[in-house]
Write a protein that binds this ligand. Structure first.
Ligand code: DP6
Length: 320
C-alpha cells in the first residue's frame, strides 16, 4: 500500500488561463506545453488503515495548506472509502513561485496513489484526475511536447512529439523565490469575472494552438517563439486588465525580457514565456543555452539561473 512516483513541471507555450467548469476544474481553452527534465517532484504515498487522517509533508515540513486538495485528489484516484494516507513530497526547486510546482506535484501524486492502491487507471484517466486537482498537472503525465484539448465533457491529452524528437533547452531565471500573492486558481476566476479582454483571449486561442502545433511539427523555433510570446503577453494583458489588476512581474522580469530581445536582435533563436509568477523561462537550442544563461545571469536582480532539457512523463520510481 505504498508507492513513490516522480514528475517534472511543464511550461505552457500556449497557456491555459480560465475555466469552463470550475466545479470539475475543466479548462476554458486548450494548451500546449513542454515537460522539463531536471526540476523534479517525488511523491511518496502510503495508505495505512491505522491512520485516522491524511498527513502531508512538503520538503520536510508538515503542510496543512495543501492537505484538503491532496485528500480530494487521493479520493478521486482510490475512492472515498480508501484508507487514510501519509503523503511525502520533495521538490528540488522553489514551490508556489510560478514554476508549476503544482503540476509536477499532482502528476506525481496520482501516479503514486494509483500504484499504492493498485487501482490500475490508464494514463489518460490519471491525466484527467490530475487535471481535476490542477489543470496544468494533466500535461505532466506526458513527456516532451504535450497538447491538452477540450474533448466533450473531459480533457484529452496527446504527445505531439518527444523530447528526443526536438530537444530544446529551457533556461529559467528566478527573479524572486518567495510564494506568489495570488494563486492561479483565484487569478483565473478574477480574470473571467472582470477582464474586458477575457472573451477575446478565449476566442483567439484555437488560432494560437494551430500555429504552435504546426511550428512544432516543422521544428521551427522562430515561428514557435513568435506565437508563444504573443500568447504569453496576451494572457498577462488579460490579468493586467482585471479588477483588481494582477501583475505578477517585477522589474527584473522585464529586464530579463529585454535581455532576451537583445539576444534575438543579435541573431540567437530564443524566446521567453512567463507564467503566473515573476520567473522568466527562455527557450532555445541546447547549443545556445550557455550564452542565454550568461545573458540572464548578468541581469541585475536575477537570483539564480537554471538550465534544463526536456524530459518524460510522470512515472513510478523505487521507494527508498
Ligand atoms: C499560467 O494549473 O495552476 O501556468 O487548475 O486552478 O490549479 P488550477 O491552475 P494551474 O494554472 C496554470 C496557469 C499557467 C498556464 C499554464 O500552465 O497553462
Amino acid at each position: 500500500m505504498r508507492a513513490a512516483a516522480k514528475a517534472q513541471p511543464n511550461i505552457a507555450l500556449i497557456k491555459y488561463w480560465g475555466k469552463r467548469d470550475s466545479e470539475r476544474n475543466l479548462p476554458a481553452v486548450g494548451s500546449i506545453s513542454i515537460t522539463l527534465a531536471d526540476l523534479q517532484t517525488t511523491m511518496c504515498v502510503e495508505f495505512d488503515d491505522a491512520l485516522s487522517s491524511d498527513t502531508l509533508t512538503v520538503n520536510g515540513a508538515s503542510s496543512d495548506a495543501m492537505l484538503a486538495r491532496v485528500s480530494r485528489c487521493l479520493d478521486s484516484v482510490a475512492g472515498d472509502s480508501r484508507a487514510r494516507a501519509a503523503v511525502v513530497s520533495e521538490s528540488n526547486f522553489p514551490i508556489a513561485a510560478g514554476l508549476a510546482s503544482s503540476a509536477s506535484a499532482f502528476a506525481a501524486l496520482v501516479v503514486a496513489a494509483d500504484a499504492a492502491a493498485s487501482t490500475g487507471n490508464s494514463r489518460d484517466q490519471l491525466a484527467s484526475l490530475a487535471g481535476q486537482a490542477s489543470g496544468s498537472a494533466a500535461r505532466s503525465l506526458f513527456g516532451g511536447y504535450v497538447e491538452l484539448e477540450n474533448a466533450g465533457d473531459d480533457i484529452r491529452l496527446s504527445q505531439l512529439c518527444t523530447a528526443d524528437d526536438w530537444p530544446l533547452a529551457v533556461v529559467v531565471a528566478i527573479t524572486a523565490s518567495g510564494p506568489k500573492a495570488v494563486s492561479s486558481t483565484v487569478a483565473m476566476e478574477t480574470s473571467r469575472e472582470t477582464s474586458p479582454f477575457y472573451d477575446r483571449w478565449i476566442a483567439q486561442q484555437d488560432a494560437d494552438l494551430d500555429e504552435a502545433r504546426s511550428a512544432i511539427a516543422d521544428t521551427d523555433i522562430t515561428r514557435l517563439g513568435a506565437v508563444a510570446e504573443h500568447n504569453c503577453l496576451k494572457m498577462h494583458s488579460v490579468m493586467w486588465g482585471s479588477r483588481p489588476p494582477m501583475v505578477f512581474w517585477n522589474g527584473t522580469t522585464l529586464a530579463c525580457m529585454e535581455a532576451v530581445r537583445d539576444l534575438q536582435a543579435a541573431g540567437t533563436p530564443v524566446f521567453f514565456t512567463i507564467d503566473a509568477g515573476p520567473q522568466l523561462k527562455a527557450i532555445c537550442e541546447p547549443s545556445d543555452a550557455g550564452a542565454v544563461r550568461e545573458a540572464l545571469e548578468r541581469v541585475d536582480g536575477v537570483e539564480q539561473v537554471t538550465v534544463t532539457g526536456l524530459g518524460g512523463g510522470a512515472r513510478v520510481v523505487a521507494d527508498d
